[in-house]
Design a protein around this ligand. Structure first.
Ligand code: ASP
Length: 334
């Protein structure tokens, strides 16, 4: 569909005006991926108490990173092929378009906070690997062994009897490993995951935080979409904000979060923008498959989600609600 050709007819404009009047006054809203219950509650608590938008995003995401029961984010995250945890995260301030990200963090449990420091304390946007860990240390973050006993056990269970094959395949990733990996990705819904948190304050500013340990048994050094601005995360208060979970290799290829935000800039309704983004993912027809989910919020605080899968939900809370509620992400088929 060519959205740039969209007509600004009277009916459309009046709907827009009503929406803006309804929302623009003072609607605090937070949405998160399904594992972001704590994050949404914390963001609302901070903003309702008059706190700062970026604090709301950072502190909300940190709670998920700190929780070892979430095996896809932060402490206790999914190990790579060599049994090491490597964390990625990004944060974006939709008021200024400032952003910061880190990838391949091995020794610190709160990559979202390190990403924020990259944004605020350095002239850079993205730090990776050793340099990112070194920066975190210099900034005074406390070193942590990210591999919990549970994550270690899971890793050992995953590679049982095949450790040799995998480590060989690490040196030469094709053939058997690729076949195995394909089956693994298709069969394990718990083989990857990410937390997304999108927040709007009462002034209409938007910010997004994303954090993940990536895909289980990824090749060491693999970076997904979460720290890639425009792919896993984007926010611009003049248009909207979006964030993704799912197989990052797909969203990177179409800059999914930015694509959705760009559609909202053209006044495409948030739900339609998400659907269009997921449709583009499906059109990649990637031979390895893999699912994708996108969450978005318009500049006026309307929210939506879309997914390649059925029964996906996201969490929503605004200032009138005492706790997050589930909202359905629309399943998209080609
Ligand atoms: N998007 C993450 C990545 O590719 C993983 C996920 O959300 O499942 O690293």
């Amino acid at each position: 569909m060519d959205y740039s050709a969209r007509k600004f007819d009277n009916a459309y404009l009046s709907t827009e005006i009503v929406l803006i009047f309804k929302r623009v006054v003072s609607m605090i809203v937070a949405i998160a991926s399904r594992n972001g219950d704590k994050a949404v509650r914390e963001a609302l608590r901070i903003l309702k108490g008059g706190g700062d938008l970026l604090d709301a995003v950072e502190k909300g995401v940190r709670l998920v990173e700190d929780d070892p029961a979430d095996t896809t984010v932060g402490y206790g995250g999914l190990p790579n092929l060599l049994g090491e945890v490597e964390l990625d995260a990004s944060i974006m301030d939709g008021a200024t378009l400032r952003t910061g990200a880190v990838a391949g963090i091995k020794h610190f449990k709160n990559p979202i906070s390190i990403a924020r420091r990259v944004m605020e304390q350095t002239p850079h946007v993205l730090l990776i690997g050793e340099g990112a860990d070194r920066f975190a240390k210099l900034q005074g973050f406390e070193e942590t062994n990210l591999l919990t006993p549970e994550a270690k056990k899971r890793y050992e269970d995953m590679v049982t009897g095949k450790a040799q094959l995998y480590s060989e395949a690490y040196r030469k990733i094709h053939g058997e490993l690729l076949e195995w990996y394909k089956k693994y990705i298709e069969s394990k819904s718990d083989s990857h995951g990410t937390v997304n948190l999108i927040v709007r304050d009462s002034e209409g500013n938007l910010a997004v935080g994303v954090s993940t340990s990536g895909t289980a048994l990824k090749m060491p050094g693999r970076i997904g979409d979460s720290p890639i601005i425009g792919a896993g995360n984007y926010a611009d208060k003049t248009a909207g904000a979006a964030a993704c979970t799912g197989r990052g290799e797909l969203s990177i290829r179409i800059c999914l979060a930015k694509h959705v935000v760009d559609l909202m800039r053209q006044r495409v309704p948030v739900q339609e923008a998400c659907i269009d983004g997921i449709r583009k993912i499906l059109q990649l027809n990637d031979p390895l498959g893999g699912g994708m989910n996108v969450l978005a919020m318009s500049r006026t605080g309307e929210t939506a989600g879309a997914s390649t899968a059925a029964e996906v939900f996201y969490l929503y809370q605004d200032e009138k609600l005492s706790e997050p509620v589930r909202k359905t992400s629309l399943q998209v088929r080609v």
